[in-house]
Design a protein around this ligand. Sequence first.
Ligand code: SF4
Length: 355
Amino acid sequence: MLWAVFISKLIFLQPDLMGNQKLNVMEQTVIREMLDERGFIDEPVGPEIKLVEEINRLKKEKNAVILSHYYVESELQDIADFVGDSLGLSQEAAKTKADLIVFVGVHFMAETAKIINPSKKVILPDLKAGCSLADSAPADKFAEFKAQYPDHKVISYINCTAELKTMTDVICTSANALKIVNSFPPEQKLIFAPDKNLGNYINSLTGRDMVLWDGACMVHEKYSLEKIIALMDQYPDAEFIAHPECEKPVLLIANYIGSTTALLNYVEKSPSKKFIVATESGILHQMNKACPNKIFIPAPSIDSTCGCNDCSYMKLNSLQKLYICLKNELPEITLSDEVIQKARIPIFRMLEISK
Ligand code: SF4
C-alpha cells in the first residue's frame, strides 16, 4: 500500500499544508487512496499532543466551528460549539459565520451542511461514518419506487443521501416530521422515506396513508419489547421514553415519544426521577448533565451483549480523528453543483416551515 509508505512523510508536513492544497498530484492521489480505504488519515499522534488544547487552538486559527451530534462520544459533545440533533445542527449550519465546518456525526449530516453552505469547506473526522437508514434507500431503487406514484409528493427524513434529497419535495427530521406532513393539504398523496417506523408513527398521528419506503435504523429497530417490559416491571416509578424510529410495539408502550431533543427537553420538565430511554445511548450524556439528580437507564436491545443501542457509525468519531481532520482539513465532503442545487430546495423548504 503506497499510502502506508507515504504516511511517514505526511507526519512531517506542517499543519494546513493539505488544507491549502500544496501537495503534488501524486501525493493527493495517495491521500485519496488512504481516505477511500480507511476513511481518515491514519497518522500517528504522539502522547505529547494534548488533543483538546490542540483542537481548540486549530479551531480558532482556522475560524472553524465544531458541530457535534448527540450520539457521538461525550468528549466530542463537550468540545463542540454546538451539540444537537439533525434539525438543530442543520439550523446551526445555516447560520454559521465560520469558514470551516467540522461535522462530528455521520456522512449524510456533513453532506447536509455542505448543501446548506456550498462555498464553505465541510470536513468529517471519518468518511466511513455512514448510516444504515441512509444506506437502506439507494437513489436508483428509490427513483424506480417513486416512478410508481407519479401523483405523490415526497417527504424524506433527513437521514438519507444527498442523491435521495434531490428526488424529494421537502426534507423533515424527527423533530418536525409532523409539522412538515401537516403542511400538505390532506388530499395530497405522499411518499415518506426512508424510515418506515417514523412514517408509520406519523401516519398514526395524522390518519394519513403515506406510502412508506421500507427502511429502518439498525439501532432503533433492535430494542427488545420483552426486556423493556421487564425493566418497566423492575422500575415501576420510571417513565419509558422512546424515539419514533423505534418499532411500533415499542412505541405503543412508551409514556412519551419524541425526537432526541424532545426527549431531552421532556426529562428536564418531567417530575419523574427515573427514565428508561429508547434512543442511542449518547444522549444520556446530555440528560445526565441537564438532570444530575435523575436516573437514566438505556433501554435494552435484543442482544444486550452487542451494544446494539450504540450507533457504531457515530462511534467511529474520536478526539484523535477530530484533531487529525482539523489539522489536515480532510476528509472533505464534496458534492457536484447539480446535486447541491437540487438538494438545497427541499432542505430550505424544511428550514422555512420549521421557523
Ligand atoms: S442511529 Fe441509526 S439513523 Fe442515526 S446515524 Fe446511526 S444508523 Fe443512522
